[in-house]
Design a protein around this ligand. Structure first.
Ligand code: UD1
Ligand code: MN
Length: 443
């Protein structure tokens, strides 16, 4: 209602100012007329700025009230989170409309078309505005992008990173300045989410991500798992090895894994984790910093077999490093899985690890050539063993898997094992049985 009033006021003032302006324009231009019209222009700009500020303020207020209302509802309801975790009662409707608030933070800068594409899909699949408020945080002060975001009205909340000052970058890292700007923006935006808006968790996406139809369902259902297992620190929608020929597209949409590798690219974290990471947040390369052992501290993320995000950001700060070779080919899940009706407690460490280890151990050991030939029976699981870094690189390259490490952890790795699907075979690329942990010198 307030917003409407402000809009009306804005329109009224603009009409009035136009009339005054027209009056002056019909007079012969004297220097005092020019001065007046300049003043009017300045005042118009000022007014617009003020009105925008007010509209942001009221949006923020509205958002806070929504949060309060939800908190109240969640606390009053007897539906505990634990119930959501183990609920197998299929007679209930989808639980995704009810439950704790999981805001989506969309990080934006200056890509107008990209932000529209991201927002359109998020809004298309969002089951509830109350449960999944979308906060778009814009850096870079790019006006067309701001206007694009504003055009979504109160479907999203726009916040703007206020510090657009130049950022000090060590000389030899000058070409990586973008990473410094991104890290600064993340820190500010996450502080807003947790300190200003008081959310308990957040799902972070960037402005060049497409999301899958069950994106919200996925995060909603995994949230209780994340909360109840201290050895987990994130849920990600991304599979680094999620190319169509490396995942079970046909039957694998329900499969979820634990991974020691932080995937990012559409991921959820709790306030508790932000309280830990926020105060020591780095000035640049935030995602690699997150992957360092000091931050990760042996914690894992949940990731899907079939990606729930896909990036279309060919031109980004990292200049499409992996884009053509890997990122572009990630298969986006296209069927809706009702995760909230499934029992996901198998992802808890104490349940997951023994099963996982048994699976790997009981798989027939085969060679790279066996896998590439057509001689292995489908339906079984197989294990390829790697011993050295070079060995690992050779195998991954041959199969089209990502071959890099961050802090010694290979992409999607869990206990050193890469799980993927190749030519209809489930394969574990695994270290030998005497594996002692990741070697940070592997890169
Ligand atoms: C890569 C990662 C990205 C990570 C970033 C920082 C991939 C595919 N992408 O970025 O997840 O966050 O490294 O290590 O691995 N942005 C700003 N301010 C700026 C410039 C960009 O906020 O000055 C925002 C963009 O809107 C976008 C995000 O930062 O949401 C990443 O920028 P992008 O240009 O897409 O860089 P990538 O190379 O994809
Ligand atoms: Mn990007």
């Amino acid at each position: 209602m307030r917003k409407k009033q402000i809009l009306l006021l804005k329109v009224g003032v603009v009409i009035w100012l136009c009339m005054v302006y027209a009056l002056f324009i019909h007079k012969p231009a004297t220097s005092s007329n020019i001065q007046i019209s300049q003043t009017i222009n300045q005042q118009l700009d000022k007014l617009e700025e003020e009105l925008n500020g007010q509209s942001q303020f009221y949006n923020g207020l509205l958002e806070k009230l929504r949060i309060l209302r939800r908190h109240q509802e969640t606390h009053m309801s007897s539906d505990s989170l634990a119930e959501g975790l183990t609920s197998q009662d299929n007679s209930k409707g989808s639980t995704v409309q009810a439950g704790p608030i999981l805001p989506v933070l969309l990080i934006a800068c200056n890509r107008e078309a990209a932000v529209r594409r991201s927002l359109d899909l998020l809004l298309k699949y969002r089951p509830s505005q109350d449960r999944f408020p979308i906060i778009v945080s814009q850096d870079c002060g790019h006006r067309p992008t701001r206007e694009a975001i504003e055009s979504y009205g109160d479907k999203v909340v726009l916040i703007q990173q206020p510090d657009l000052s130049d950022i000090e970058v060590p000389l030899k890292e000058r070409k990586f300045k973008g990473y410094f700007l991104i890290a600064r923006h993340y820190k500010w935006a996450l502080n807003q989410v947790f300190q200003k808006y008081n959310h308990e968790a957040v799902i972070i996406v960037e402005d060049d991500l497409d999301v899958a139809p069950d994106f919200f369902e996925y995060f909603s259902a995994t949230y209780p798992v994340l909360q109840s297992d201290p050895t987990l620190w994130c849920v990600s929608a991304w599979n680094d090895n999620g190319k169509a020929n490396l995942v079970d597209v046909k039957n694998g949409s329900t499969i979820l894994y634990r991974t020691d590798f932080f995937p990012g690219l559409g991921w959820m974290m709790t306030k508790e984790l932000w309280d830990e990471l926020g105060p020591k947040w780095p000035r640049s390369y935030w995602d690699d910093w997150v992957r360092a052992p000091e931050q990760r501290a042996d914690r894992a993320c949940i990731r899907p077999e079939v990606s729930r995000t896909r990036t279309f950001g060919k031109k980004g700060v990292s200049n499409g490093l992996f884009y053509e070779k890997y990122l572009k080919q990630i298969h986006l899940n296209d069927v809706s899985v009702q995760f909230s009706k499934m029992n996901l407690s198998y992802l808890l460490k104490e349940q997951y690890d023994p099963v996982f280890e048994r699976q790997v151990q009981s798989s027939q050991v085969v060679t790279l050539n066996d896998v590439r030939s057509d001689r292995l029976a489908k339906g079984n699981t197989y294990r390829i063993i790697y011993h050295t870094k070079d060995n690992y690189k050779k195998i991954t390259k041959a199969l089209g898997l990502m071959d890099d490490f961050k802090a010694g952890v290979p992409r999607t790795g869990y206990k050193g094992v890469i799980t993927f699907f190749y030519g209809g075979l489930r394969i574990f690329l695994s270290p030998g049985n005497n594996w002692k942990g990741y070697n940070p010198s592997w890169s």
